[in-house]
Design a protein around this ligand. Sequence first.
Ligand SMILES: NC(=O)c1ccc[n+]([C@@H]2O[C@H](COP(=O)([O-])OP(=O)(O)OC[C@H]3O[C@@H](n4cnc5c(N)ncnc54)[C@H](OP(=O)(O)O)[C@@H]3O)[C@@H](O)[C@H]2O)c1
Length: 309
Amino acid sequence: MEGAISSGPNPRIAVVTGGNKGIGFEVCRQLASHGVAVVLTARDEPRGAEAVEKLRALGLAQVIFHQLDVTDTSSIATLFVFLKTRFGKLDILVNNAAIGGLLVHAGLNKLICRCAQQFAGMDFDQMLEWMVKNVREPVDSAKKGVQTNYYGTKHVTEAVLPLLQSSSEGRIVNVSSLFGLLRLISNEEVRQELNDIDNLTEERLDELLDRFLRDFEADALEARGWPMGCSAYKVAKAAMNAYSRLLSRRHPALRVNCVHPGYVKTGITMNSGVLTPEEGARNVVKVALAPEGGPTGKFFAEDEEASFV
Ligand SMILES: NC(=O)c1ccc[n+]([C@@H]2O[C@H](COP(=O)([O-])OP(=O)(O)OC[C@H]3O[C@@H](n4cnc5c(N)ncnc54)[C@H](OP(=O)(O)O)[C@@H]3O)[C@@H](O)[C@H]2O)c1
């Protein structure tokens, strides 16, 4: 699968994490349709290879597979060596892989899988209310959520940064969420720290995430002003947004942006949502392919620039 790119002269190279399904798969399809050579990555080899086959069947020969589990440092290192040897640069990194960090109440999982119409007739608020009532967030899932959604994104980014710097204008698109907006954190001190990009550091982000997980274990989320319901997902995305802003300051030659794709029918939303993966991915790809010299350090809510707060 790795040998298949035979492209025109010097194509742009993109890596997409979690490319085997949902929004990530669609981002791969749309980037490839724009002539970008895409390295579709997935943690599971058969699922990733199958996704690449689907894209090849659509005539998109410029897509190749490479395994990547964003929580596994050796998997990240192997991807880096592959990219360096094969291309010597990277133009676009789409950090898309994420988990919800939630468990659906016993018995409901099957129902949801069987019944894509579960949410038919519900509006946005009703769907969210249903989700909050029917899911649990155990501490292990919360830890996994922070590891995948914040540290996974950060570690992949750090590893491929030298390759992005070898591009004429390296781009990082972090697939974020309205759930990462700072207004959802009622603890004012934390909210202000995450928004104070002049003084925030990565070490401080680590400390805040450690504090969040300690409060989670102590059942003190509400008392300490952390967001409730999908807490770890919200906090990890808020941290990822802050990290993106730090990176964009530190590397002004790169374009580093965050995109909320919209509320999309995928695995992570248990097929609720109001947009198709194709529509959600379009918002991500628009930022990935923005003209040179475009915005950096910004948050886009669907296709409009918006506030991190
Ligand atoms: N859907 C929405 O409404 C919505 C809204 C806001 C933001 N987002 C964001 O959009 C992005 C894509 O989510 P989605 O909606 O397309 O959900 P999805 O269908 O559940 O896809 C998530 C992808 O992430 C992968 N993944 C999870 N853990 C991974 C790991 N450790 N290493 C590598 N890949 C991993 C999954 O792989 P497996 O197949 O192996 O599990 C899957 O490919 C996420 O960042 C999500 O937070 C989605």
